[in-house]
Write a protein that binds this ligand. Sequence first.
Ligand code: SF4
Length: 419
Amino acid sequence: MKESRIRHLQNKYPDVPLPVLIKAELLFNGVRYTPELGEAGAWAIPNWHPYRFQEGEENPTGKDSVNIPYLIILEGGGLVRILGNGNSPYNIVRDIDGYALMEQDEKITTIDFQKKPLWHKKNTSDGTPMVQAGATQHCDMLILNPTPGCEYFLYTNEQTGENYRCKFCHYGVPDKRTKILGQKSGIGDISSEHLNRLMEVCAEASPAIKHFYLVGGSMTDIDEEGRRYLQLAEALQKVNKSNIPVCCGSSSLKRDALLRLRDAGVTGACFNLEVWDEDIWKRACPGKAHFTGREQWLKGLTDAVEIFGRGNVMSAFVAGIEFNIEKGFGNTDEALQSCVNGAEWLLRHGILPLYSIQWPFTSASAKKFPLDSVLDYFIRLNASQAGLRKKYGLAFPNDFVCHRCTYMQLECDFDFYLK
Ligand code: SF4
């Protein structure tokens, strides 16, 4: 009998806890459609991407695509983003415990789906649906994003003709969300009408929340961006009656802005560097390199540690861009070494790196790096990071992320199961 993928991974990575391997597998391979997935789509937090049936795939719905849930809760509490994939070996069925994740006919674990929070059905006092207020909830984290449009998309390098957006990013494109939220290019101010609606959501959601995360698209002027986050933090401070930790997920701001944010109730920061290798960083994140610069990005991080404390500052990275990008690393070992070098620097300075994965996005990189080799890279990278966190005396969860809310990363799961 053929060994299942999960058993194969357990044999290959005996030191990696099983729930971490299951989560990694789901991130990479997703799940096939079953009626249970379609039914849960009606009451769970909806996926940004509906399930699209492949040609020839069994389709009991008669539709080309159907809404499915966004998040799976694994036994033990870990959260995973759902990727619909007609070729996946995994699917979800009902069983005596609720729902079961199956690899073909073998039950892997009990799961549930993240339900829509109650505020999803409510309106703000001016009658606006709360779901349009610029907040999203992932289990115990409320993300406040009243300005999702990133200004880098609006500018082009005159010499090269290249857009300044990060090469892996699509979510920051100014679109109808930015219009609905009244966001204006070059202006940090959030209109009081939109801010008030968002604060009503915060007050409503608070009892189930353990972390507030402030985020938004980048601005080309970080001083103006700092003022935007200050306005947001000051508004939140008034409704954050239980002193829930607040993390600022802006560009890497200057020290005076960070001090003002601390006075407005912010307790941590996450300035996403995205890539450690400096040459690849400049090419992968041309807007960050041009409008903020590497020196300020690192200085903002170390200033933030002085102000908020060791372990209260994070930086997110996109694992995979190092070899997916043109003229990137030629193999995953080189990429891994670069990430380890970066993590050594960051952790030594009290900053926790977090990695999400980027799949090969060109046919050339997909040929060179088959999905299983990228999965292997992601698991090895996370295992090495767990060791480095121990070496520097830092660990997850901190006040700002835990294994119940990080749905694309493995760090919190590693530390939760290896503690
Ligand atoms: S800074 Fe980069 S990753 Fe962030 S929204 Fe802008 S383009 Fe996207």
